[in-house]
Design a protein around this ligand. Structure first.
Ligand code: AMP
Length: 426
């Protein structure tokens, strides 16, 4: 099976080759012919399945014919990072087509975006708020849009964007092709789909299931020992890039500081950072300057760094869906990845749900030479729970069933030693 079967324009084939894609992923195989035929598509696809190219390739193909220098395709995404990434993928896939794409999102100066719109970008990749802003002031003309893509629709719903999405669709021509991608299908998204899609083809690519190339392990640990365990684990495990999720902005910054002080090549990403700092953190992580990125869930979607070998849940997420999205950052495009989760006694309820969805019990591991009995520092409150209550880790114990463990596999080498950063390419 190859991309040739889709009979895409030769200039688009050239882009596919430049990216080194040889075989379509299942979602590409299923959706590209339908999109090329002009059908509406609802794709239930998890992250990391290749869904960006699944919609970008047929869009580029369609835009090769017809008028240039006006906005004809609109892709709406929930976060700036995702918008930027889709825009970059389109630029890469369409590098030989002379079609132009522009990324539109808030938190940065509007003027360069307005200029690119005026310059005649054919493809707009946008977050809802800034797009409406520019449409209201007449800078974004949506009257010629032929294809609308709503990417990560469930995430847009979580972020409260549904009213904005409806405002955007009202501004678009009625006669258009609409594609909606979502990892999960809550009722509100189903209703939205009913309203805006017509005679759609529904495609499912293992929706709701984490990618099968990821293996999972739990590390039961008390709250106050998490940072020490993280450092030990990274020292003893052979890794490429590692994405670590913490629950709050404050914890993200604090853990990153502690790791940095200990000499680990680390950076952090959370919502309070300016756009330029976010971009610096992401590109530093992407090009290997920082091997470790500590992030809040803002990074759970959209980050596309193919060499993430490990996702570590420093704090467990709130839902199984969030777990799926977080670990979707590793094991991408059929590469293998590991998902490690630190679990305090207070966080273990979710574990059962995750195991139910995965259909298997997740291996419990302990590090042989890590001191799990160290008490919390005097005066420490451990940390705060989701509800903001102080946990008292020293008073809680894991039930034996939960702790039954397998010693951690040690990596073959000592890859993530502190001070390794200076040896990495910058
Ligand atoms: P996505 O799910 O669109 O974020 O894509 C996940 C990753 O898979 C990205 O790094 C893509 O560049 C890569 N990818 C997408 N399609 C293919 C393909 N057919 N062959 C190899 N890699 C791909």
């Amino acid at each position: 099976m190859s991309f040739k079967q889709f009979n895409l324009h030769p200039q688009i084939e050239a882009g596919i080759q430049a990216l080194g894609y040889s075989t379509p992923t299942p979602i590409q195989f299923q959706s590209i012919p339908a999109i090329l035929q002009g059908r509406d598509v609802m794709g239930l696809a998890q992250t990391g399945t290749g869904k960006t190219a699944a919609f970008a390739l047929p869009i580029l193909h369609r835009l090769m014919n017809g008028q240039r220098r006006r906005a004809r395709a609109l892709i709406v995404a929930p976060t700036r990072e995702l918008a930027e990434q889709i825009h970059e993928s389109i630029d890469e896939l369409g590098c030989k087509t002379k079609l132009k794409s522009v990324a539109i999102y808030g938190g940065v100066n509007k003027n360069p975006q307005i200029q690119k719109l005026r310059g005649g970008a054919e493809i707009i990749v946008a977050c809802p708020g800034r797009l409406l802003d520019l449409a209201d002031q007449g800078a974004a003309d949506l009257s010629n849009i032929e294809i609308l893509v709503l990417d990560e629709a469930d995430r847009m719903f979580d972020m409260g964007f549904l009213p904005d999405i409806r405002r955007i669709t009202k501004r678009l021509p009625e006669k258009r092709q609409t594609l909606l991608f979502s990892a999960t299908m809550p009722a509100d998204i189903r209703n939205l789909a009913k309203d805006i899609l017509h005679d759609q083809l529904t495609l499912r690519v293992d929706d709701g299931l984490p990618v099968s190339t990821v293996s999972h392990a739990l590390y039961p640990v008390e709250q106050h020992l998490k940072t020490a365990l993280l450092m030990k684990l990274l020292q003893e495990t052979s890794t490429e890039s590692v994405l670590v999720f913490a629950r709050t902005k404050h914890r993200t910054t604090r853990v990153a500081m502690q790791m940095k002080t200990a000499g680990f090549p680390v950076t952090s990403l959370q919502g309070d950072l300016s756009q330029s700092k976010r971009q610096a953190a992401l590109s530093g992580f992407r090009d290997g300057k920082y091997r470790i990125l500590i992030a809040t869930d803002i990074a759970a979607r959209g980050i596309d760094v193919t060499c993430i070998s490990h996702v570590i849940n420093y704090d467990m997420p709130d839902t199984v869906e969030a777990y799926t999205h977080r670990i979707g950052r590793t094991g991408r495009a059929a590469k293998e990845g590991d998902a490690f989760s630190f679990v305090t006694p207070q966080e273990r309820d979710l574990v059962g749900n995750i195991e139910y969805v995965l259909g298997e019990r997740i291996e419990r591991r302990t590090l042989e030479d890590f001191d799990y009995t160290l008490p919390a520092p005097v005066g420490s409150t451990g940390s705060t729970s989701r509800a903001g209550r102080s946990l008292k880790p020293e008073r809680r114990e894991f039930p034996a069933r939960f702790l039954s463990s397998t010693p951690a596999k040690k990596g073959p080498s000592y890859h993530m030693s502190p001070r390794a950063s200076s040896r990495r390419k910058g």
